[in-house]
Design a protein around this ligand. Structure first.
Ligand code: APR
Length: 229
């Protein structure tokens, strides 16, 4: 089967009720991003960051995948489908997508501050951590999230996926945060690129823009990609 690679941002989870970052009423309007999502912020005030991610974990339990997440699972019938996501929510997993690569970490995971290879998955009702939380080795922990000012370890495998794509789709991202925003430039020439966003950011002319919310845009994409199947 042909390889479909999809890069998603906060916009795909908007219709599930998860706020984006830079829309009006977005997360960064209500929290100073450098206090709650940066390496300096964590050094300065780890308790605030533990609390910020605890709140987002609890909120995540109240929402579910929407038709856009499910539409991408539908496309697995026609394509060898890979999801690269900037999102830290688990909505692609809960929708049933098989191949998911998180670029900015995962909200439901924490890791040891002493050995970053020790990653733990939190399960309800135990969703909260604090500066006093200790793992089974007696070490403090942190959210398994890529903070601003930190490297994006999964960008290399993400680029490799885009270089192998037969179709590349970008959904619900403002394309302002690199390296994720640069992925579309790694497609082989002639590979079709689609961008689904109701208020699309400027993109090169080779990109096919579908200026719709994710749920409608993915339905349209399925029509386009399966018309001769
Ligand atoms: N369907 C699809 N897209 C939508 C919808 C919707 N219903 N509603 C809004 N959008 C679009 C917006 O137009 C915008 O282009 O989603 C995008 C959200 O952009 P951001 O809030 O900047 O989110 P994102 O691009 O994912 O942010 C990238 O920034 O703060 C960091 O690490 C964080 O992963 C995040 C990264």
């Amino acid at each position: 089967m042909k390889k479909l690679v999809v890069s998603t941002g906060a916009g795909i989870s908007k219709e599930s009720g998860v706020s984006t970052f830079r829309d009006a009423d977005g997360l960064w309007e209500n929290y100073p991003v450098m206090d709650v999502a940066s390496a300096d912020g964590f050094r300065r005030n780890p308790a605030l960051i533990h609390q910020f991610y605890n709140e987002r974990r609890h909120q995540l339990q109240t929402v579910k995948p929407n038709a856009a997440h499910l539409g991408l699972v539908e496309l697995e019938k026609y394509f060898d489908t890979y999801i690269i996501t900037q999102n830290v929510d688990d909505l692609h997993e809960r929708a049933g997508s098989k191949n998911i690569l998180h670029l900015h970490g995962e909200l439901m995971k924490i890791r040891s501050l002493r050995d970053e290879s020790r990653v733990y998955t939190l399960t309800p009702p135990n969703l909260d951590t604090s500066v006093d939380t200790r793992d089974k080795y007696g070490d403090p922990v942190r959210p398994h999230i890529v903070f601003f000012q930190e490297a994006v370890p999964n960008i290399e495998p993400a680029i490799e996926l885009v270089e192998q794509a037969d179709v590349f789709v970008v959904i619900g991202t403002s394309l302002v945060v690199y390296p994720a925003a640069g992925l579309m430039h790694y497609v082989r020439s002639g590979v079709p690129v689609y961008y689904i966003d109701p208020k699309p950011s400027p993109v090169p002319s080779f990109v096919n823009v579908i200026a719709e919310p994710a749920t409608k845009g993915v339905a349209r994409l399925i029509e386009i990609l399966t018309k001769d199947k």
